[in-house]
Design a protein. Structure first.
Length: 403
């Protein structure tokens, strides 16, 4: 355990609890709990090559077996040109061991589970958190139970299988799987990794901010753009910046843009209508990782985006597909639809004249396109096969050259 972890504070009713006396949400009001560290004692003495470099800000100082975090931050000249903005940085979190940012949370939860004496962990997820928990658990020697919704993509299911997770594929939506997971996990006494339920997932994910800030030599960007489903990643990004400011490592905070799918945007709607609480909607988007009708971390995400003086933007499935191609063809990074919603939003904001082109912008790429092949391929043209004859090959080359 990290002795610098002092308290858990409820994001809704502001009650305080002692860490590990309460494991999940606020016993008084059900709100999501946030960790509070002894910031005066944090020295900012960052050592090591992975996210454990920032273990002063994590609940445990033990390390995971897989290397999680330390993902690249690229300054992209080609995207800068394509989008017509001064400075754009791409945080490529597809480079985590199972291909998504979720590994940051799974690593912290799995290492903590072992320290707390659990042998089994569980979660429900649209896909990435599940395959992530399965992979990290395999590396840590833990058993994992995964509540998989009917919509889970084949690559993510295959990941669960090869990682030897105990798969409970349920004929239900992610929102329903979430509730079932909480009930059944309690019944069996497993450790629950569910997002907006286990307070330490926020801590794992906030390490993406520490890396961004450090990679930028602690010069805070103007704007950070984040794909949003439940709203945990965006709140984690904000927690990271707030904590760095609290310990005096940075003295400014960025604005945040949260990006939702046009067909599933409860947080954008609540934000635009100045509401504190999002409504529950039925998702209609192919971007399955952000197809979340009941945003579990909605209150906190709305609070944080407002505090940052940012906003929410929504993008269509086609805009996300264009962004997959734009990012991949100009940088060599292949993200999944949800994972590149950030790029789609930046493009849209530039076209709509809503972005200051001088801003230093960071776009989070949250998940690998290789995990979402079926969906992406549905939106792409079919590749035609040609006969193995020189004449036909040359004809095809001429055709390609004309495009
Ligand atoms: C690739 C990807 N991007 C974005 C998100 C959204 O994160 P959150 O639900 O914390 O808002 C997810 C969540 O599953 C994801 O897998
Ligand atoms: Zn509370």
């Amino acid at each position: 355990m990290n002795k610098k972890l002092l308290d858990l504070k409820c994001s809704q009713c502001s009650s305080f609890f002692k860490p590990f006396e309460v494991l999940y949400n606020c016993p008084k009001c059900g709100g999501v709990l946030e960790t509070i560290y002894d910031y005066k004692e944090i020295e900012g003495n960052f050592k090591g090559e992975d996210l454990w470099r920032y273990s002063e800000f994590l609940p445990t100082t033990n390390r995971s077996n897989l290397l999680v975090g330390s993902t690249p931050l690229y300054k992209s000249k080609s995207l800068k040109k394509e989008l017509g903005i001064e400075e754009i940085w791409i945080k490529d979190d597809t480079k985590n061991p199972t291909g998504s940012l979720k590994d940051r949370a799974s690593a912290v939860v799995a290492v903590l589970a072992k320290e707390l004496g659990y042998r089994t962990v569980a979660c429900a997820s649209t896909g990435n958190a599940a395959s992530s928990l399965a992979g990290i658990s395999a590396a840590e020697g833990l058993e994992s139970y995964i509540f998989a919704p009917r919509s889970m993509s084949l690559p993510k299911l295959v990941q669960l299988q090869v990682f030897n997770a105990r798969i409970l594929k349920i004929n239900a939506s992610y929102d329903e799987c979430f509730e079932l997971c909480n009930k059944i996990t309690e019944r069996y006494g497993w450790y629950n990794r569910n997002t907006a339920y286990n307070p330490y997932t926020l801590d794992g994910k906030k390490t993406v901010t520490f890396e961004i800030a450090e990679q930028l030599d602690w010069k805070v960007p103007d704007l950070v753009v984040v794909p949003v489903g439940d709203g945990c990643i965006i709140s984690s990004v904000w927690k990271g910046f707030r904590e760095l400011k609290e310990v005096g490592i940075i003295d400014e905070l960025p604005r945040l843009i949260g990006v939702q799918a046009e067909g599933c945007k409860p947080l954008k709607d609540a934000f635009d209508r100045n509401k504190e609480k999002p409504e529950v909607t039925t998702p209609k988007t192919l971007a399955e990782s952000i197809a979340v009708g009941e945003a579990r971390n909605g209150l906190m995400a709305l609070r944080d985006v407002r505090e940052s003086k940012g906003k929410f933007v929504s993008v269509s499935d086609n805009e996300m597909l264009d962004a997959v191609k734009l990012l991949a063809s100009s940088t060599g990074i292949f993200g999944e639809l949800a994972g590149v919603a950030s790029i789609a939003a930046i493009k849209k904001e530039v076209i709509d004249g809503n972005l200051d082109r001088e801003d230093r912008i960071v776009a989070l790429i949250t998940g690998s396109g290789l995990k979402d092949i079926e969906v992406t391929s549905k939106l792409l043209d079919r590749v035609q096969t040609i006969e193995p004859r020189e004449k036909e090959i040359c004809e095809r080359i001429e055709e390609i050259r004309k495009r």
